[in-house]
Design a protein around this ligand. Structure first.
Ligand code: SF4
Length: 378
């Protein structure tokens, strides 16, 4: 991308972001002290971990898109290409976004509350969501973004230097930079740093199971419970995401789920009811679910924000279907963001924006009745 084009898309992105309340923005910024060069547009490559040769080209086995690429072709996720008949991940060690966030911003409400998380992203995504709020980095290629030089060992050092106990692979789609995420996670784990994926869950079972061996927590988007809507809104299918949730459930990785309610697309109360019923019946009733408010952005900037009454209805239906930890988000000043004991109803964690106001969970239990409150609290 030429410099002017980059600046124009960046200006456009900032203009659209200014229309959003601060609480919903997954805004990122460069940390100038983090890396010497924030302008590397020739990202380094890494041999892709999941690939096979076919008569039609090299097939990527990482996600359900199943790209088959010929020499020089760029993948659908914008992050992979074939060179000398081998598939390579681009932007290994070259994130385009680096930031320190509060854990609550991910959002993760039941995982190391009030801690700092070192957050990185490389350009690319294997879905094409019409409502992507980070489209300027998710829908482009690593050689068209300004990038840092930040190899995995350096990411771990920077996380420690910035007093972060965790690293998040976030903002764009970490599946598209799987090799970078995986190798960084291995090194981070050895250094006692936790690893967190903020992902669309659109990944094949084999690679996900391998990733789960090095992850500690994940927040997965469940964007709809209707396959037609999934395809039209995101370009992906529903079933692979449900399969990923089941793998996370059995993996020991702490899981939270985010469901963004997009007016006219996913504001269907019967579908949300069926989604929560499926979650309850499949062992996710103790998994926190975040119903998130949509704001006009990217290709859906003509839609209104999600009405508050609908978010409240969705939260009520989720509770009726047996979900025990239900939150609404992106609603500054009007969020259902507190954690209450599912047994005695005592309010245990009070949150304001991304801040923890009080926390009365003791040793992972309700301080009043002693019931276990699911999560990783310390
Ligand atoms: S990860 Fe990227 S290259 Fe691989 S199948 Fe998915 S979209 Fe295609």
């Amino acid at each position: 991308m030429a410099g002017n084009e980059y600046n124009r898309s960046k200006r456009d992105f900032v203009r659209k972001c200014l229309a959003l309340p601060a609480a919903m923005m997954t805004m990122y910024r460069f940390l100038p002290e983090t890396a010497s060069a924030a302008d590397n547009r020739r990202p380094s490559e890494k041999l892709a971990m999941f690939q096979e040769e076919t008569p039609r080209g090299v097939k990527c086995l990482l996600c359900p898109n199943g790209c088959i690429l010929k020499e020089g072709e760029i993948s659908r996720c914008n992050n992979r290409r074939v060179r000398k008949s081998r598939l390579y991940s681009m932007a290994f060690g070259n994130p385009c976004a680096v930031n320190v966030d509060p854990m609550e911003k991910k959002p993760l409400y039941h995982f190391l509350p009030a801690s700092r998380i070192f957050s990185i992203a490389a350009a690319g995504c294997n879905l094409v969501c019409l409502n992507c709020q980070n489209w300027s980095i998710s829908q482009t290629r690593p050689d068209r973004t300004r990038n840092y030089d930040l190899m995995p060992d350096r990411v771990v050092k920077e996380a420690i230097k910035n007093n972060c106990g965790s690293i998040a692979y976030t903002y764009s789609e970490p599946t598209s930079f799987y090799e970078y995420m995986y190798e960084t996670s291995v090194l981070a784990g050895r250094a006692g740093i936790k690893n967190v994926a903020i992902s669309n869950g659109y990944v094949n079972p084999g690679p996900l199971k391998k990733l789960c061996t090095v992850l500690d927590a994940a927040n997965i988007d469940l964007k709809s419970f209707n396959d037609n809507t999934y395809i039209k809104l995101t370009g992906g299918k529903l079933q692979p995401v449900l399969d990923s949730l089941l793998i996370y459930r059995d993996s020991g990785v702490w899981l939270e789920i985010t469901c963004l309610i997009v007016p006219t697309w996913t504001d269907k109360i019967d579908e949300i009811g069926r989604m929560c019923k499926w979650l309850s019946e499949n062992g996710f009733s103790d998994t926190p679910i975040h119903f998130s408010r949509f704001y006009p952005v990217y290709k859906l900037d003509q839609l209104p924000p999600t009405p508050l009454y609908f978010l409240n209805d969705a939260a009520r239906i989720a509770r009726e279907e047996g979900m025990k930890y239900v939150y609404t988000g992106n609603v500054p000043g009007n969020e259902q963001a507190d954690t209450s004991c599912p047994e005695c109803g005592t309010r245990l964690v009070s949150r304001q924006g991304f801040r923890i106001i009080s926390n009365d969970i003791r040793d992972g239990k309700c301080s009043k009745c002693g019931r276990e409150i699911h999560g990783v609290w310390s």
